[in-house]
Write a protein that binds this ligand. Structure first.
Ligand code: CAA
Length: 259
């Protein structure tokens, strides 16, 4: 990594990788260095066959307070264009492995958008979510208008996008932005346990579920159902599918190899 101190990466022997954003003095704001580090990390983890699930967190205090506002002070349109920040986000979007966001504290603006790049969001009771860019004379630029809309529907999304207000984890859960709400001290541990469970499943099946759910959500129903059917059929050519079925009948835990 370019600067391991702003993004800590640890790979555990249960197939789970843990990424911890570490810019506490700026509330984990996503400056260009941190975005680059995140992008590099996701490329690395995608290529590492030992990694089967990824947990991303900002630690115990804050998930991320959004883009680093200092980067916006004097930026012109051309400079913003030339930054091509979409490339950093794309490495996360392209990750075929399951991603779990463990959110403590604020997930705002680009921080909320980062959480929405995950497949599952675990939030602590005191977490807060929001897209406050409108208060800065701006708007979301990393998927907030699109992913939030798809996650929670037009009227709840527009309330957050246009008011810039922060909402509690419970509120976010009720609107469908959060998968589970847990006690403060349990957020990261719970996300790691969940990741461990998923990492022990057959990786091709897990990744096919992710791919079909992601692609299918933007497809007409019949096309999505066909995609699902084909992916389901493809799994019958994996050793892990046979192992899963045999283990069930032999009443033992399955040992998946990823083949
Ligand atoms: N960028 C840069 N610095 C930030 C920051 C950010 N997004 N958020 C917080 N900081 C800095 C503050 O400037 C402050 O620095 P100093 O100590 O040097 O003054 C430090 O972090 C602590 O901040 P606060 O004193 O404000 O801490 P707090 O706990 O009282 O409040 C907060 C925390 C609610 C997150 C508040 O800092 C805040 O509202 N931050 C801005 C949130 C925001 O507007 N995010 C959207 C950014 S735009 C965006 O995200 C667009 C995009 O992705 C495309």
């Amino acid at each position: 990594m370019d600067n391991p101190s702003i993004l800590e990466i640890s790979i555990q022997n249960d197939g789970v990788a843990l990424l911890v954003l570490n810019r506490p003095t700026a509330r984990n704001a996503l400056n260009l260095e941190l975005r680059q580090a995140l992008s590099d990390a996701f490329i690395q983890l995608q290529q590492n066959p030992a990694v089967r699930a990824i947990v991303i967190t900002g630690g115990s205090q804050v998930f991320a307070a959004g883009a680093d506002i200092k980067d916006f002070t004097t930026a012109t349109t051309a400079q913003m264009y030339l930054r091509r920040t979409e490339q950093y986000w794309q490495s996360i979007t392209d990750c075929s492995k399951p991603i779990i966001a463990a959110v403590n504290g604020y997930a705002l603006g680009g921080g909320c958008e980062l959480a929405m790049h995950a497949d599952i969001i675990i939030a602590s009771k005191s977490a807060q979510f929001g897209q406050p860019e409108v208060k800065l004379g701006l708007m979301p630029g990393a998927g907030g208008t699109q992913r939030l809309l798809r996650a929670v529907g037009k009227y709840k999304a527009m309330l957050l996008l246009l008011s810039g207000k922060f909402i509690s984890a419970e509120h976010a859960y009720n609107m469908g932005l959060v998968s589970e709400v847990v006690e403060e001290e349990k957020t990261i541990g719970h996300a790691l346990e969940l990741a461990k469970t998923i990492a022990a499943y057959a990786p091709i099946a897990v990744q096919q579920i992710k791919e079909v759910a992601q692609l299918g959500s933007d497809m007409p129903l019949q096309a999505g159902l066909a995609l699902e059917r084909k992916a389901f059929q493809i799994l019958f050519d994996t050793q892990d599918q046979k192992e899963g079925i045999n283990a069930f009948f032999e009443k033992r835990p399955a040992q998946y190899t990823g083949e």
